[in-house]
Design a protein around this ligand. Structure first.
Ligand code: ACM
Ligand code: ZN
Length: 467
């Protein structure tokens, strides 16, 4: 029988049997997500210690029902406790109906974290009652994402009721919803509502195009920490998760370098590195949110400051990053989303399926118990419709889900067990990229990258970033 993700073990007898209604048995000795399924001619038994194990056993049973059944004992539990999927709802607003469809697919593949990227330069997507001016930051004047141009104002915001609905939907499927409010960079929408939180205090537009912007928060202004903690407080009341993502990626220091307030603050703190200066703000948030019982996740840009609070979990997207390995080797925990393997917004010519499958989370530079799991992200600058969204995700998201659950990274093994999963997801309406695309081999990568840069970045833009 073919089960996806690949289970820990299946012991077969050679007897074909009819599948009967399952009897559920509790065994507190099993781990929370672990399950045993015994299929015998006398009946089927599902043994778990609670809700999660039972849910995963049911996902497995749904697949078995589609196949010829052999008497067997399946013993299964995940390799990683953190098995994530990240969706960028800022660059394009994804409707709740589409999110639920994706959540169903993710739950079927036994993922258990939905990282929801809700704030960025191009819009604010969480309804706020504490600061209603943030709601106006959900709209940008037009959209110019390189490959596409739309002259119409573009916006969207999830109301608190919609967010609660998504959280409840996920909870029924054993998925924790982790919101991301990204600081101190990627904050143009926040600065549109609160220009006084930047170094210059000048007006900031909600951005209309992709990129890394120099409009970032000024860590030296007292009001910066006050406002962001109030926003995090409102977010923490809404989201029931243990984790919260506070960003930390791609925050240029240009304005800090010339800001008198920043210079004074750095000197007071005795800090000369801008990465450590960034972390003076991140650490204040990490400390305050830990008092609310939350664990903060940060992108691995933040690990470049050696003072990063070790209570944070670091999400590794920039690869071969020594600062991240040092953080892990000091006892810090990591989630792995290496961008040349796991970023599904890149074309299949850049990241073919076999490359995504091949990533081994057991990195040689660090101890394997530093890694709590893996996550598959999708950024939506170039994705404005649900068909493209699904085709970029599938089948690559399945590859990450398989590694997250089983640890397996062999392409042939992946394809063997993936067949049933694909058939079932297609039946539930998920659209997959054409098979010929998945088969692109690495040889296509240099051309893919060239095309990517040419389509998305003008020479002027690249020069600007290199300054
Ligand atoms: C990232 O891709 N900027 C985390
Ligand atoms: Zn400043």
């Amino acid at each position: 029988m073919k089960i996806f993700p690949i289970p820990k073990s299946i012991a077969y007898s050679d007897k074909r049997v009819e599948l009967r209604d399952a009897e559920y048995i509790n065994d507190d000795a099993l781990e929370k997500e672990e399950y045993i399924i015994r299929i015998e001619s006398s009946g089927t038994k599902i043994i778990t210690s609670g809700k999660e194990g039972r849910f995963y056993a049911e996902q497995t049973l749904r697949q078995i029902k589609e196949q010829e059944v052999t008497a067997c004992v399946i013993h299964d539990k995940p390799k990683y406790e953190y098995r994530g999927f990240m969706l960028d709802s800022v660059r394009h607003f994804i409707e709740v109906g589409e999110i639920k469809k994706l959540i169903d697919a993710m739950a079927f593949m036994k993922l258990n974290k939905f990282h929801w990227h809700l704030t960025d330069d191009q819009g604010w997507r969480i309804e706020s009652e504490v600061y209603p001016q943030l709601n106006a930051a959900s709209v940008r004047k037009y959209s110019d994402f390189g490959r596409s141009f739309d002259n119409n104002a573009y916006g969207g915001i999830y109301t608190k009721d919609e967010i609660k609905d998504v959280i409840a939907y996920c909870e029924e499927r054993c998925i924790e919803v982790i919101p991301e409010f990204d600081i101190p960079g990627h904050t143009s929408a926040l600065l549109f509502a609160f220009p006084e939180l930047s170094c210059s205090g000048e007006a900031v537009e909600v951005k209309t195009h992709q990129g890394i912007f120099k409009d970032v928060l000024c860590p030296a202004k007292d009001k910066t920490l006050e406002v962001i903690l109030n926003i995090y407080g409102e977010i923490c009341e809404l989201f029931t998760s243990d984790y919260i993502h506070i960003g930390g990626d791609e925050a240029p220091s240009n304005h800090w370098e010339s800001c008198e307030d920043c210079k004074r603050k750095m000197s007071e703190l005795g800090i000369t590195s801008f990465k450590e200066y960034q972390n003076s703000l991140m650490n204040a948030v990490i400390g305050a949110l830990s008092e609310k019982g939350k664990t903060c996740i940060v992108w691995n840009d933040a690990a470049e400051g050696k003072n990063l609070d070790s209570r944070a979990v670091v999400q590794y997207w920039k690869e071969n990053d020594k600062a991240t390995f040092d953080f892990a080797n000091r006892g810090g925990k990591l989630i792995l989303s290496p961008f040349t393997y796991y970023y599904t917004d890149y074309g299949y010519d850049i990241t073919p399926l076999n490359r995504t499958v091949s990533f081994n989370p057991e990195l040689k530079e660090i101890s394997s118990d530093s890694v709590i799991g893996v996550e598959v992200p999708i950024w939506t600058e170039y994705i404005s419709d649900s068909e493209t969204l699904e085709k970029m995700l599938f089948p690559r998201a399945a590859a990450v889900a398989n590694t997250a659950w089983s640890g397996a990274t062999e392409y042939k093994r992946f394809l063997m067990s993936f067949g049933t999963c694909r058939k079932m997801l297609e039946k539930s309406g998920i659209r997959f990229a054409d098979v010929w695309l998945w088969k692109n081999k690495r040889a296509a990568m240099p051309l893919g990258w060239l095309r990517f840069v040419k389509n998305n970045y003008s020479l002027n833009y690249i020069k600007e970033q290199l300054k």
